[in-house]
Design a protein around this ligand. Structure first.
Ligand SMILES: [Zn+2]
Length: 271
């Protein structure tokens, strides 16, 4: 990958909610309307509202008073303010800079990390405290334009999922520790596949991408890849979450059935 390759300007919603600060998108005369879509956004946005403490729908603040801070034909800074439809005093604010036929988001409030953290809180149930902190740190770093650093934390989470499966599997009777230790990550995943979520097993290339990000990719390439890699990790965690919920439900159901069975048999013995 090179910095020169054609990059499409993200959709407004993508730009507001997922694209990290300072990720640069080149555009030309043909793709300029994609920038206008962001600048003159008139749609709605489904996002966490930090003041409601819940998800809400946002639309453009009427007569956006911060709009168009400093404008020339091509190079200018523009702001987009969106208002919570539940309470018109709640706002999201985004600042963009269009410069030398590139566009980037240079500011926002609340931060991407704050908008995202609400949604990732559920994963604290399936990640040890330290790994959960690292996951939120990865989101925070990428939100502030630190791409390679965010990859380091995501890779550590990936490694911790493998380590967890390894800790369970190594107790197996025919376990070959020496072979495991010599194996590459993709081979380790193959050895541990019975203990790992299917998505991880089928998308084990994710680890290679994370490692490549740390050693070879530029900050901008890591930032661009971050949302995709993060979703990959989330899907793996979703599977663990589902499994946890299923186990809990089964345990509760078993208890309830046992209680019901004993009350039914008690009733039976009384009649
Ligand atoms: Zn609100």
């Amino acid at each position: 990958m090179t910095e020169q390759q054609a990059v499409t300007v993200p959709s407004p919603v993508e730009f507001f909610l997922n694209v990290p600060l300072y990720e640069i998108f080149p555009y030309d005369g043909d793709s300029a309307p994609l920038v206008w879509n962001v600048e003159y956004f008139e749609g709605t946005l489904d996002s966490y509202c930090h003041e409601c403490g819940a998800h809400s729908i946002f639309d453009r603040t009427p007569k956006d008073k911060h709009y168009d801070l400093k404008k020339s034909t091509y190079d200018h800074v523009f702001a987009v303010e969106l208002t919570c439809t539940r309470n018109r005093k709640h706002t999201l604010f985004f600042l963009f800079k269009a410069w030398k036929k590139t566009v980037q988001k240079v500011g926002q409030y609340p931060s991407i990390a704050d908008l995202n953290l609400f949604d990732v809180k559920t994963y604290s149930a399936v990640l040890p405290k330290e790994q959960f902190r690292e996951f939120t740190r990865a989101i925070g770093l990428s939100a502030h334009g630190i791409g390679v650093g965010s990859f380091v934390y995501l890779r550590r989470i990936f490694e911790s999922l493998i380590a967890e499966a390894y800790a369970l599997e190594r107790a197996a009777e025919n376990w070959d520790e020496a072979q495991y230790q010599q194996s590459r990550m993709s081979e380790k995943i193959e050895i541990l596949k019975a203990r790992l979520p299917d998505f991880l097993v089928h998308n084990r290339g994710l680890y290679g991408i994370l490692s490549k990000g740390i050693h070879e990719l530029t900050e901008n390439e890591c930032l661009k890849a971050f949302p995709i890699v993060k979703v990959g990790i989330e899907i793996i965690l979703d599977a663990k979450l589902e499994q946890l919920q299923r186990t809990r439900k089964q345990r509760e159901a078993e208890k309830a059935i046992q209680a019901l069975a004993s009350s039914v048999s008690n009733n039976g013995s009384q009649t």
